[in-house]
Write a protein that binds this ligand. Structure first.
Ligand SMILES: [Zn+2]
Length: 234
């Protein structure tokens, strides 16, 4: 009985809700309250590790690259100064749609040194020019600010490019297109430009981060199956 409970349930570290097993995939363990997946819980655990000891944590300035979901709700509860956005193809960056600001991470409209923490989950594999995006995150971070984020990360040395835009702006597929879903555009609508390997560390350093660590939080209690979370410091 004890093992049955341990293997099929958990406690959500984002909201203290109950996690239940819906299927055998890593994504199958969902919080029945905030709907978190192991990806949200892994990044939440990592954010707490770096920011829980901080004084006046409420006043930390945070930018999250989405406006909904379990991580967003967790950040909103934890930080008073949370800025958030979505990317809309049909809205000028800086403008709003349904009350939510549009931002393109390759050309952020924020001032230099605006944030102590920037977060994203499973976004950067969809950014056409990720180096440009990483450089923008460096720019908007305060000195020693942290970028804590996840991407689907393969434990292989080298990132595999799947697609890119050529100099005329045409989309070129190097490999068969791989689409992921998101809450705005729906299932299987967002192209993955690459499959990241461990050289993401070098890409981040190339973009201007001074140190990069890949955390691999794992917890049976919170049903987190060893998800990589990248911690890059300006
Ligand atoms: Zn939860």
């Amino acid at each position: 009985m004890g093992n049955f409970i341990k293997n099929n349930f958990g406690i959500c570290n984002l909201c203290n809700g109950i996690i239940v097993k819906l299927n055998n995939l890593d994504y199958g363990y969902r919080c029945i309250n905030c709907r978190s997946s192991y990806v949200h819980r892994a990044i939440g655990l990592t954010i707490n590790k770096y920011f829980e000891q901080k004084q006046n944590i409420q006043n930390v300035t945070v930018y999250e690259l989405s406006s909904r979901g379990a991580l967003f709700k967790f950040l909103q509860k934890k930080f008073k100064n949370l800025v958030f956005s979505e990317f809309y193809d049909d809205v000028t960056p800086g403008e709003y749609k349904n009350g939510i600001q549009c931002q393109d991470v390759q050309n952020l409209t924020f001032e230099d040194g605006s944030f102590e923490l920037v977060t994203s989950t499973e976004v950067f594999e969809h950014v056409p020019d990720d180096l440009k995006g990483f450089r923008e995150v460096v720019r908007v971070l305060k000195p020693n600010g942290k970028f804590i984020f996840t991407v689907p990360l393969f434990e292989v040395p080298t990132t595999i490019e799947r697609a890119h835009f050529d100099k005329d702006g045409n989309l070129v597929h190097v490999l068969p297109p791989e689409y992921h879903g998101d809450r705005i555009r729906g299932k299987e609508h967002v192209l993955a430009f690459r499959n990241y390997g461990l050289d993401i560390v070098d890409r981040l350093k190339q973009a201007g981060f001074s140190s990069v660590e890949i955390a691999r939080p794992s917890s049976l209690k919170h049903q987190i199956a060893r998800k990589q979370v990248i911690v890059a410091e300006k």
